[in-house]
Design a protein around this ligand. Structure first.
Ligand code: ADP
Length: 151
């Protein structure tokens, strides 16, 4: 008997959850694509956050649903606006890494009031995007915690 309370055991279990165990596939677009095409990608891929990359496939920006909505209420043709004009850009992007505790990623979502984080790998060329953590990821982990994997 360890003498640990139920809540201590639960805390230990949660702290062991790693980003790479829960991350999903990142959907990326190039900086040069139009707002119109980014909206299409968001629908086709069924995601709420797109990551933007340069020609080296390195992270340069993030596009949320509201970023694209905001760009859509003007009079300009959405085919003529490249996403790099409207995206949130580096170095103002909050990221996480594969080995980070999922709890740290969850805290970033809360404190920054955002829906998703790119999971990145540091390379010589820049930040390579290897995954995605979203509020849905955290919800899944929460349910799994209680049901032991049987959702
Ligand atoms: P929405 O804007 O659709 O409510 P978010 O809350 O995720 O979605 O995004 C709010 C703002 O924060 C947007 O301008 C978006 O570009 C930006 N954003 C989203 N994710 C990140 C991130 N990981 N790092 C920095 N900024 C982000």
């Amino acid at each position: 008997f360890t003498g640990k309370t139920g809540s201590e055991l639960l805390t230990e279990k949660i702290k062991k959850f790693k980003v790479h165990e829960y991350q999903s596939v990142p959907i990326v677009v190039k900086e040069s694509v139009s707002v119109y095409d980014a909206i299409s990608a968001m629908f086709l891929e069924d995601v709420g956050t797109l990551f933007v990359v340069d020609n080296n496939a390195c992270l340069t920006g993030v596009l949320s649903r509201k970023d694209l909505l905001r760009a859509s209420i003007g009079k300009q043709d959405l085919n003529d606006i490249p996403v790099h004009i409207i995206m949130t850009r580096m170095p103002n992007i909050t990221v996480c890494r594969r080995e980070d505790p999922l709890l740290e990623a969850a805290k970033k979502l809360i404190y920054k009031q955002i829906d998703g984080l790119p999971v990145i790998k540091d390379t010589d060329a820049g930040l390579e995007i290897v995954g995605r953590i979203t509020k849905t990821t955290i919800t899944k982990a929460f349910v799994e915690l209680i049901t032991d994997g049987h959702v």
